[in-house]
Design a protein. Structure first.
Length: 25
């Protein structure tokens, strides 16, 4: 796992699951 996958995906730490999944796609 990346040390900070939030930063890599470009989402904020408080982004909800939907936003994280969108960024991951």
């Amino acid at each position: 796992m990346a040390k900070d996958f939030y930063e890599i995906l470009g989402v904020s730490r408080n982004a909800d699951d939907v936003e994280i999944k969108k960024a991951y796609r």
